[in-house]
Design a protein around this ligand. Structure first.
Ligand SMILES: Nc1ncnc2c1ncn2[C@@H]1O[C@H](COP(=O)(O)OP(=O)(O)OP(=O)(O)O)[C@@H](O)[C@H]1O
Ligand SMILES: [Mg+2]
Length: 408
């Protein structure tokens, strides 16, 4: 098993054999489903890392993005690596619908979805024939309908292509009519549905993860208490471990780490509380910085935070709650951390931050992002104008279902 992963031997073995088949030219689409924080991304990455396949990775985001965003991101990484050949004029013009930098397009209004699908499939198939490929598309529960349609199309070709596509999605809160469900149904009909469902870790794996994060053995009592509190959800185990260390709650006993006599195990309603306890230990200014980052979400950068007067990010990044992505981008260590911080911001402050961000990001962020900020700020008129622009962009990319959704 990958050294950094606990309790996922069976799933890794399944993915290993699918990756081996892909290398031999018999690829496929694999879905990994499970609740938030259960370890979908970690499993997918570990499987790709050990497969040695060339990884192209993209994700859908909670903050809305243009239609086909993850597919476009995958193609862009391939182009940056000099692997995607987009010299062919017809191909180029079809791809320009989702990669505007390849424009000018021959037919500027309305791209045909079937042509886009063919073009994407042609480019990816060519890349894979040179270099067997693993494409990881994370967080499909946030994907646009156009992306999921394209994946459904690709899935039917993959059995003849040396490429594996691994896509993850959250099971909770995915409504019945969600495009992920349509994709599943389509795959099922064509006999191409291969899906792994991740359950939380058992007691033993929870202890292993705890020991890995604390870099030492833990007493059976502490292991059992952590398993009980977290119900084996890896994300919670890690947050709880960090909180116990930061709160000075552990001591070295005969059987390994145990709870200090003075300390008590946090009794959170949910581990959301544990995250907030970690946030509460920060200085006021740092907490404000985190709040701005949580509201900005996908658009958070050091420049955005600096425009709110938060210049020094070192204390925030030292906690590990916020991570620098390079090129000025900032992200939370996990979207669940972002959610917890966001929901703890008082309602008025949240609206005010959304309004300020909508003003500051106008001109640089995509229309859909601006619409979201305007809506959350209570400015429905401005939100409507941005939504119309967003719908026009979707329509030009041939993403008609997304265009309709943006207008309704
Ligand atoms: N089997 C595991 N062994 C060790 N660490 C794990 C394991 N599974 C998950 N983790 C760690 O737990 C945290 C949460 O996992 P991950 O981000 O993969 O969850 P997820 O299911 O992708 O969540 P989300 O739905 O929010 O994207 C990560 O820091 C990850 O490294
Ligand atoms: Mg994930």
């Amino acid at each position: 098993m990958a050294a950094s992963l606990v309790g996922r031997g069976a799933q890794l073995a399944e993915l290993r054999s699918r990756a081996a088949a892909a290398r031999e030219g018999e690829g496929g689409l694999v879905l990994i489903r499970g609740e938030a924080g259960v370890g979908k991304t970690a499993l997918a990455r570990a499987a790709v890392a050990e497969s040695g396949l060339w990884l192209l990775e993209a994700r859908s985001t909670e903050t809305p993005a243009p239609a086909y965003a993850p597919i476009a991101a995958v193609l862009r990484s391939a182009m940056r690596a000099g692997q995607a050949d987009t010299e062919n004029a017809v191909l180029r013009s079809a791809l320009a619908a989702i990669l505007p930098e390849l424009g000018p397009r021959e037919r500027p209004v309305e791209a045909d979805q079937a042509i886009i699908h063919e073009a994407v499939a042609t480019v990816l198939t060519e890349i894979a024939s040179d270099r067997p490929l693993a494409i990881l598309i994370d967080d499909l529960h946030w994907a646009d309908a156009a992306t999921l349609d394209a994946l459904g199309f690709l899935a039917e070709l993959l059995p003849r292509v040396p490429a594996i596509v691994i896509a993850t999605y959250r099971t909770e809160g995915v409504p019945r009519a969600h495009p992920v469900r349509e994709l599943r149904a389509r795959l099922k009909r064509s006999g191409e549905l291969f899906e792994l469902t991740l359950e939380p870790l058992d007691g033993e794996a929870t202890r292993d993860l705890l020991e890995m994060r604390l870099a030492g053995s833990v007493s059976p009592l502490l292991a059992a208490a952590v398993h009980e509190r977290t119900e084996g959800l890896p994300f919670y185990v890690e947050e709880l471990a960090a909180s116990l260390v930061e709160g000075g709650s552990l001591r070295q006993g005969d059987a390994g780490y145990e709870l200090d006599r003075e300390a008590s195990m946090p009794v959170p309603e949910a581990v959301r509380e544990v995250i907030l306890q970690r946030v509460d230990r920060l200085a006021r200014g740092d907490r404000d910085g985190l709040a701005v980052a949580a509201v900005a979400a996908g658009a958070a950068t050091d420049a955005v935070l600096a425009s709110f007067g938060v210049e020094d990010l070192s204390r925030l990044t030292a906690t590990g709650l916020l991570v620098e992505l390079g090129d000025g981008g900032l992200a939370f260590s996990h979207s669940l951390v972002r959610d917890a911080v966001y929901e703890a911001i008082p309602w008025r402050r949240r609206r005010q931050l959304h309004a300020e961000l909508a003003a500051r990001l106008a001109g640089s962020a995509p229309p859909l992002t601006l619409a979201t900020h305007c809506l959350a700020a209570g400015d429905e008129t401005a939100a409507c104008s941005w939504l119309v622009l967003a719908a026009r962009a979707s329509q030009q990319a041939g993403a008609h279902r997304d265009a309709v959704a943006q207008l309704s």
